[in-house]
Design a protein around this ligand. Sequence first.
Ligand SMILES: O=C(O)C(=O)C[C@H](O)[C@@H](O)CO
Length: 268
Amino acid sequence: MAPRENLFKTAIREGRPQIGLWLDMADALAAEIAGHAGFDWLVIDGEHGPNDLRSILAQLQALSSSTAEPVVRAPVGETWMIKQLLDIGARTLLIPMVDSAEQARELVRAVRYPPHGVRGVGAAVARASAFNTIPDYADTASDGICLLVQAESRAAIADLENIAAVNGVDGVFIGPADLAADMGFLGRMDAPEVQSVIEDAIATIVKAGKAAGILTFSEELNRRYLALGASYVAVGADVTEFSGALRSLRSRYRDGGGDPDLATRAGY
Ligand SMILES: O=C(O)C(=O)C[C@H](O)[C@@H](O)CO
């Protein structure tokens, strides 16, 4: 039995738009609910969500009955951390703060077994191999693994062509919040200077033959990025959706109607 196909990886390779959501509740039940909402991909956020290996595992298990591809964002791109995430069954990884092609090449090595990389071999006891019931797991694992690197600094933008060209990088994901901050526009992702860099970055990634992705809570921007060739866009986050819905509900019962902006305030 070979590992099942990574349909998200196939879709972004073919340029078919994939709509995603950020999961920062760090909760299996919340992930399961999101899994049944029809998203194509869901980011289990190990960078900013209060996650550890166990909570990521629980969310992977909760999502195993859904068609959404779990995308696990590591806190940082460390080889030992990537090994643990792959062993618990994460197949699509999003690695934050990748500033150079050299860093991207190291990440490719981290997700591959020798002789192509440095991933430690422990498949026999790992969930990734369905506990040793996928006999050819080690030989076929890299087919299902999808490596997405995040470009979110001026340094990354300067080396973007080379990052996108790295063999084994499946997609480059633009982090608008960090990019804006690094450019001197903290919290102002909509600044024209930032938007112009983002649009050029999408073009560069697509020209290199790789999948471009991004997260924004603005529907207008998401539609624009899709039109420019981005193939996987995250359109919101569980925390902000939950919080916005609750505040909106509460404000309807407040004298005077409450603060109409509460539910829609942009986040980053
Ligand atoms: O820079 C960004 O934008 C991202 O990397 C995404 C954010 O980290 C995400 O958590 C939304 O706030």
